[in-house]
Design a protein around this ligand. Sequence first.
Ligand SMILES: Cc1ncc(COP(=O)(O)O)c(C=O)c1O
Length: 440
Amino acid sequence: MNVPPRPNDLASFWMPFTANRQFKKAPRMFVAADGMHYTTDDGRKVLDGTAGLWCCNAGHNRPKIVEAIRQQAGELDYAPAFQMGHPKAFEFANRVTAIAPEGFDHVFFTNSGSESVDTALKMALAYHRVRGEAQRVRLIGRERGYHGINFGGMSVGGIAGNRKMFGVMLPGVDHIRHTHDLARNAFTRGEPEFGVEFADELERVCALHDPSTIAAVIVEPMAGSTGVLIPPKGYLQRLREICDKHGILLIFDEVITGFGRLGTPFASDRFGVKPDLFTAAKGLTNGVVPMGAVFTTSKIHDAFMTGPEHLIEFAHGYTYSANPIACAAGLGTLDTYAEDGLLTRGAELESYWADALHSLKGLPHVIDLRNLGLIGAIELEPIAGQPTKRAFDIFLDAYQSGILIRTTGDIIALSPPLIIEKAQIDELFGKLAEVLKRAA
Ligand SMILES: Cc1ncc(COP(=O)(O)O)c(C=O)c1O
């Protein structure tokens, strides 16, 4: 006999990237969100210090986005993505490439950051093949990189804990070293002075494998999920130079950095370095409807546009690529960003934000503070023999104190909606300081 599910039973849902047993003993539930705040099921307001998961850049419950979704659902709920189109897909592609850095005239839609990464890797491999360089099959990532959780992204990713359970992954992948250097760069405001030479690791990898076998290098221009590693001054330029020298494509994973997070529309605008392809997701639709994207240049796109016209040029895509409701959400998001000036608001607030973050220097267990745009990280000394425990306990205490923060390892990462006001920055860091002072 079937036993009917118990109402509000928490057992069935196997939660992603969550300590399931801990959560289900003491659940943390959001039931509503508006502006800068979540509301919990016990009626408390929690200040969103993380824009959800780095995605709600315009804050929550934004009328233009809500209305666009409502209207679209009643007008055209779904259209096949293969061999058929709908106007909002083209409108959104035009609007979003218009704010992309110059030269990125083409966009391929996916449903997440992970899918965007795998799409970009496949595009890079296929690009070389269609041009007659089919021997370029290797992909190079970076230690501590996060490129989502699908097999391609996991393989080029470099967070050991995300890889160790899942076998040998893609062949032909190698990694350059990460850029974290506490000894030389701790407590730097903005881009660290030291570490441009870490990019030269790419030459070592090229020498080892023969550069003519390498298809692409993928990095986050600023590594987010591993705990906010800001690129050292000149590092990305150096990577670009080495890629150019060897005919290797450079892919930036802008899933976190896209759409204003660093005070410019994209990280490549801020750093003045252009990749060949870049990924986006999260802020693309303000996190409201799942959607991702890969942006690329005419040079890459046009290389595929050969052969008989009835043939599919790139055998890749998803049932929900350019889903009408996602496109509508994206259009509402771009309108909201434009109206509120959010793609550059991070630059206006950056120095206030940095002052607030760096005021935590000297508090117990704090061994580094890092910032760029509206991102901040607080690195903590781990409890001996219990890595991640200190930061996790701080996360729980912060939640009880009315602020949502995110931890990865023993690093706290902050990335609020770009609508944050100065008083809310004060509140976020004021409450966090109290939590840090009482942390074990
Ligand atoms: C740089 C980067 N790439 C890819 C992803 C994966 O995105 P998703 O969780 O939407 O698959 C993330 C998610 O945090 C990310 O930060």
